[in-house]
Ligand binder design. Sequence first.
Ligand code: GLY
Length: 352
Amino acid sequence: MSDLLTRRDFVGAATGMAAGAVLGAAPARRTAAPAILVRPAGRNVVVASSNGLRAVERAGRLLAQGVDPLEAGIDGVKIQELDPEDTSVGYGGLPNEEGVVQLDASCMHGPTKRAGAVAALEGIKTPSEVAKYVLWYTNHILLVGEGAKRFALSYGFKEENLLTDKAREIWLRWRANRGAADDWLDVPEDANLVVRPTGTINCNLVNAKGEISSVTTTSGLAWKIPGRVGDSALVGAGQYTDNDVGAAGSTGRGESNIKVCGAFLTVESMRRGIKPTDACLETLKRVITMTEPRLLDEQGRPRFGLTFYAVNKIGEYGSASLFSGDRYAVWEEDRAALRDCAYLYQRRRRGS
Ligand code: GLY
């Protein structure tokens, strides 16, 4: 059998399924989502956002030892969640507008078709791990806020203050500078800090047996309105796995991703035989068509950043970003490396 079904085989199979529906074929056959990729990866591949270089290395080594891809991925992203210097994830993440760190995470395990997620979780350093507990131990998929925290505490997670001095200082400067008409005195020498940083780590994995998983974790958009949930907590947006096809996930402006269910859309493109990098680019084009004019500049280019990452069942991988110059992390052939993302638009230099 060839590694990939040809498009004709695929259309034939799909037609057969439609005919089967008329003729009363077995329901499982009629409802199964078509998959083009049929050969397992035969090797371990891990793809992540650029802040995930240590994560892909850790996850890759665990996959080589036979550790399950979801366990390996979460062990990898936890490095960033626990790192106080990474202000986009977990402990040390930038807070909401009231100075409270609220974390989002979600994950999927391809072999068991399970998913778990938490949103607006306070006081727990590793939301990806809490999402994994939701996946394994509940009949639900998404827990939020106080309920998510109580759930985590019940499993022995420790409640801690996640606002590091570094993140607090950045937040205080933002608060001082955010508006000319408010009652906070400006701090002009740090005007550069009056931006809305966003960051996240997404990690997608396939092992030699073709078992696939994905995980995304974030502290979300800095200075967000309390209670705001981004794409990272949403299965199908921040990450998605279909064990027959592949996995995908995102970093960047969550609101723009949520409207196109970007991780799901990317996996669906791969299901149709599109390579991972092209699948990511297709999703970004859809994001642009769904973007409100207020978020586009005079040339129709987005005023925000967004990147997708993907791996398929045979171990092909890729990433694409809205703007040039972004990179992503990969583990393959027993080593970790950063690679350039494909992109839709050339990034403008400052002042041009
Ligand atoms: N992509 C992370 C967020 O928007 O929260």
